[in-house]
Design a protein around this ligand. Structure first.
Ligand code: SF4
Length: 347
């Protein structure tokens, strides 16, 4: 079981019994224009209200220094710099004010370079994630999961020798069995927090299926303290999937829980189109409610009785229910507004 060891990332504490944090990674080059940076800060704000706790950025060049420092200062959630190969970039990212860096000590080069990074992280109260992927391990004859776990333990030992313990570990592979085995092995050996993920998991359907299959098992076993559902798609969907996984496992409570019917030949209300039009807004509302979006008035209200609010319709007439009771009838064009108002008034 992981997590007895506590780690601080910005103001967020990780460890056993503490909330599991959802992460995402910005998917484009860092902008340099002020209006683009402002726009990005607003986007991070939306991600935060959707349930994202930490955001990571690639930090490939010192030319990003000013932009990254701006984001570190303005972001409402802790910012992580992803560093490859050049230890000076890690030092520069720390100087920008980030709260965590992610490195694979194996690709930073000489031990003294890693020590420099660790010393700077220690001096600046910055956390480090040791990120190991199955494709970037030192050579060895052991099975890959053991090699991953042992390599992480060896790096943790280096860090501890420098007096540094504010470390998270990630052991990722695109193979779900490998991901499961490596994380279970590590969790048996160490109580450092683990960041969970399946790499290169594919487009929305395959990424969510493969990631939730593996991460769901690990989290159910008490393994894992942060997670990212990696999707070849937009980062809002990554956050939505991560939050939904935690809620499904009973590890996160707040937020609107949407239930919607799959639709069938009886449908008289475009539940699919309506859900698409309103979903992003629902995801940012911080209320503990179940909202049902049902395709017809024949079975919909009955099927949605256990929901706090339900909406369905026939043609241009849309019906709103509270705890299974019809409370309001509006025209189709007012449906979204009516639902949002009902959510706003709901206890
Ligand atoms: S609520 Fe109506 S449209 Fe939706 S699946 Fe049930 S019967 Fe079909």
């Amino acid at each position: 079981m992981t997590g007895d060891h506590h780690v601080m990332i910005g103001g967020k504490l990780l460890g056993r019994g503490l909330p599991i944090l959802v992460q995402t990674m910005y998917d484009s080059a860092m902008p340099h224009e002020i209006h683009e940076l402002e726009q990005l800060v607003r986007r991070i704000g939306t991600l935060n209200s959707m349930g994202c706790d930490i955001i990571r950025f690639s930090y490939p060049t010192e030319e990003d220094h000013e932009s990254f420092a701006y984001l570190c200062k303005r972001s409402p959630i802790p910012v992580v710099a992803d560093i490859h190969f050049d230890y000076r970039l890690a030092l520069d990212a720390i100087a920008c004010g980030c709260q965590k860096i992610r490195i694979n000590p194996g690709n930073i080069g000489a031990r003294w370079k890693v020590d420099e990074v660790v010393k700077s992280a220690l001096d600046n109260h910055v956390a480090i994630r040791i990120g190991l992927n199955s494709g970037s391990l030192p050579k060895g004859n052991d099975p890959v999961p053991k090699l991953m776990s042992d390599t992480a333990l060896e790096y943790l030992d280096w860090f501890e020798q420098a007096g540094f313990t504010n470390t998270v570990v990630s052991l990722k592979a695109s193979d779900t069995d490998l991901t499961l085995e490596a994380n279970r092995l590590f969790a048996r050996e160490s109580d450092y927090p683990l960041h969970l993920g399946v790499t290169e998991a594919g487009s929305v359907v395959s990424a969510i299926t493969r990631s939730t299959w593996a991460l769901g098992q690990l989290l159910s076993e008490g393994i894992g303290n942060t997670l990212r559902i990696r999707i070849t798609g937009d980062i809002e969907t990554e956050v939505q999937a991560g939050v939904e996984l935690l809620r499904t496992l009973g590890l996160r409570k707040k937020g609107i829980r949407v239930v919607s019917c799959p639709r069938c030949g009886r449908h008289s209300f475009d539940s699919q189109g309506f859900l698409q039009s309103v979903e992003r807004e629902l995801l940012t509302i911080d209320k503990d409610l179940t909202v049902a979006i049902m395709g017809c008035q024949v079975n919909g209200p009955g099927e949605a009785k256990s929901a706090d609010l339900a909406i369905t319709g026939i043609g241009n007439s849309i019906f709103l229910y509270e705890k299974g009771k019809l409370v309001r009838k509006v025209e189709k064009s007012e449906a979204k507004q009516a639902l949002l108002e009902a959510i706003d008034h709901a206890e």
